[in-house]
Design a protein around this ligand. Sequence first.
Ligand code: SAM
Ligand code: SF4
Length: 347
Amino acid sequence: MPAPTSSTAGAAPATRPGEGLRDRHGRTATDLRVSLTDRCNLRCTYCMPEAGLPWLPKPTLLTDEEVSRLVAIAVRDLGVREVRFTGGEPLLRPGLTDIVAAAAGLQPRPELSLTTNAIGLERLAGPLAAAGLDRVNVSLDTLRADTFKELAKRDRLEATLRGIAGAAEAGLAPVKINTVLMRGVNDAEAPDLLRFALEHGYQLRFIEQMPLDAAGVWRREEMVTAAEILDALRGEFDLVPDPAHRGSAPAETWLVDGGPAKVGVIGSVTRPFCGDCDRTRLTADGQVRNCLFARGETDLRGLLRSGGTDAEVAGLWREAMWGKLPGHGIDDPAFLQPARPMSAIGG
Ligand code: SAM
Ligand code: SF4
């Protein structure tokens, strides 16, 4: 893992104590994504190589207390209203339930969610709900065991399905399902996945594959586009644009067969929503990223560990966000993939 670069903040930021996480393009981040680990028990090909990656060294990882302190600063001092825990696979973090409970005790209480592959969620959903978790997004790319094994390099479809059912039983509703389609691997399954979601009352969202794989082999021409996904669904379902206001949500939604069920498509590449982005990200080793595709990071861990006060940490976080670029620039010929893959950033 390359060493994180220093702050992306640039020239003197126009940020003041008490202010939220604004950037110079008029956006304010209120949605925090916290990566709790870069490790995972799957190897989804669009995310991680089969052999895994050099994991972050343990001493560089934020402790549970450090994570909770940073979440508290974000919520109390920086106007963050939603906190999503992710990874890597966040269910692998031993202190997850305590971290959720600490976040649930904050005032104002943030909305708390988890993005997970659901392996082990069957057992953990109840304790997480009791700790204050509100919702989960589960990644499910296929309903076929052989395709699961091809795509995630592990034979865990049944465990994932049990985990999803466990989340619904524990009341972590609405259960949202995230699906990435890969051409020639699972792209023919779009209608089956939607039928599955409709039958169980889950909300399905397809996500265009982004250039965040560890091998750096993403090709725009090979990506299954939002338009292709919608065409495939329209072959079997009646889709009408959802009249509900999208706000800063990345998914465009459609009512399925007259509603109320919906399906979402996150066209991160072909229909970017950067102008409405309200996210700030914290990596498992304590770096703020102002964008998934940022090339630089801002080190909060160093400041925490050298005795920085909450106000100093909040100030550095504001500076980091002030430098956020207007868009991800994937279509720019000069675009460069970030040094960290998705699993180490926190999706
Ligand atoms: N392990 C958890 C999971 O899979 O849900 C959380 C971390 S994962 C990095 C978060 C989300 O990022 C998943 O929904 C996954 O499908 C998505 N993701 C990973 N790599 C991606 C890529 N290259 N393009 C689009 N989405 C990606
Ligand atoms: Fe693991 Fe999630 Fe990446 Fe798949 S997408 S390898 S489950 S971190």
